[in-house]
Design a protein around this ligand. Structure first.
Ligand code: ATP
Ligand code: MG
Length: 415
């Protein structure tokens, strides 16, 4: 099964010319308003295989929504083609396929019907849809009175319950509140595990990096970069900061580094549980990653975070956390402050080489003060007492004489 294949898609729009016309021009054009052609998409190719999630990123007006409309068949491509294998459900514009005067309930039936479900099947799923949307009290209200978040909840709930083979989402998740977003992410993961193909457009780079396997970066209608999310998202982030003229790029020896540097990473250290600096850890050992920052300008509630990867040809994300996800308030930081952030953890990472990306981000989670791709690298070693990918620190208890006495045990401690 092929999922979704987009081949050399190009889209041309005509825009009316802005300038006012001289009479002579009108006569020459035989009365037609002159039009200026613009290619909004040029030669775009990518594919989304079943079980894969692909993200599209790009600045405003770069052609993302146009691309999704072509994928969904709402717009025809000027050139190229789209091959979709299976039932596609596209959530593109808020409320598309909903009738404002109808109630929530009527719209569920209408919408699911448009997506190819029988009335009977919708009846069977109705309670699940309402429960997922969390809108039980609002189903008899006309949807024109819904807030945009409520609208999205219902549209998303219907879309994920009609069992799509290909799910296409254009920036819809951003409208939901935090609780609903978490639920949506969870559901998207389930759909992905069920071997469906998902295409997502979002300006939320954190979500894109977390959810997507691969990312396509659109720049003025052209694919500027495409590849693993952990490569393309940072490249795009660098460039979009650069576009605002605020970035000075610093090249660190350890890896790619960028940011606006109101806060700067000054030191990254790996310590063992006793606070001694180390460059390797035993799997199962307690460890501390300590990141020191210098504050150059006043910032409010920055986000500090780390992302761990295996250091291989295709790095695997092993751990990602930050102060925002943990609900830690970092307060107001004044120029001249030195800030130390410690991440204390038990090293359950697989044996092998690892690297850690360290960052400080603006409280909006989109702009980075400082991002260092390989802030530190280290080795994880495995001793001979266990094998496998993760040291779960098993305690072993052997009870040899249960029949005799019932409680003669041998206990073997964990690590
Ligand atoms: N029907 C149309 N006729 C003419 N031009 C159009 C039409 N639809 C979109 N465009 C133009 O195509 C370009 C890309 O628009 P598109 O909506 O695809 O951008 P986008 O990447 O989704 O942006 P955003 O991040 O703001 O959502 C814009 O310059 C827009 O003006
Ligand atoms: Mg758009």
């Amino acid at each position: 099964m092929a999922g979704l294949v987009v081949e050399n898609v190009a889209k041309r729009f005509y825009r009316p010319e802005d300038r006012t016309l001289a009479l002579k021009d009108y006569v020459l054009q035989l009365g037609r308003r002159p039009r200026r052609e613009s290619w909004v998409l040029r030669d775009v190719s990518f594919e989304v295989r079943p079980g894969e999630m692909v993200g599209i990123v790009g600045s405003n007006g770069s052609g993302k929504s146009t691309l999704l409309k072509v994928v969904a068949g709402i717009l025809g491509p000027t050139r190229g083609r789209v091959k979709a294998d299976g039932r596609m459900v596209a959530l593109l514009e808020l409320g598309a396929g909903f009738h404002p005067e109808y109630t929530g309930k009527e719209n569920v039936f209408l919408n699911a019907g448009l997506l190819g479900m029988s009335r009977r099947r919708v009846q069977g799923l109705y309670a699940d849809i309402v429960a997922f949307a969390g809108l039980a009290d609002y189903m008899s209200m006309p949807v024109k009175h819904y807030s945009s978040g409520m609208f999205m909840r219902l549209a998303f709930a219907v879309a994920v319950h009609v069992d799509p083979d290909i799910l296409v989402l254009d920036e819809v998740l951003s409208v939901g509140d935090a609780g609903f977003q978490t639920k949506c992410f969870e559901r998207i993961r389930q759909i992905k595990h069920a071997k469906k193909a998902i295409l997502l457009v979002s300006h939320d780079l954190g979500a894109v990096q977390e959810l997507c396997d691969r990312v396509v970066w659109l720049d003025q209608g052209v694919v500027r970069e495409s590849g693993p999310a952990h490569d393309v998202v940072p490249s795009y982030a660098v460039s979009s900061l650069g576009a605002e003229g605020r970035t000075t790029e610093k090249q660190a020896v350890e890896g790619r580094r960028y940011g606006t540097f109101e806060i700067e990473v000054s030191k990254v250290e790996l310590l063992d549980g006793k606070g001694e600096e180390v460059d390797a850890l035993w799997a199962g050992q307690d460890a501390i990653l300590r990141v020191r920052y210098q504050v150059h300008e006043r910032v409010e509630a920055p986000i500090f975070g780390i992302i761990m990867h295996t250091d291989e040809e295709t790095p695997q994300l092993t751990y990602d956390t930050n102060t925002m996800w943990r609900g830690i308030d970092t307060g107001v930081l004044e120029p001249g402050y030195d800030v130390e952030v410690e991440y204390r953890f038990r090293c359950t990472l697989p044996a092998g080489r690892h690297y850690v990306t360290v960052a400080a981000a603006h409280t909006n989670a989109r702009e980075f003060y400082d991002w260092i791709d390989r802030g530190i690298t280290f080795e994880v070693r495995r001793d001979r007492t266990w094998k496998g990918t993760a040291n779960v620190g098993c305690e072993i208890r052997v009870d040899t004489a249960v029949a005799m006495r019932g409680d003669r045990r041998v206990e073997v401690g964990g690590v």
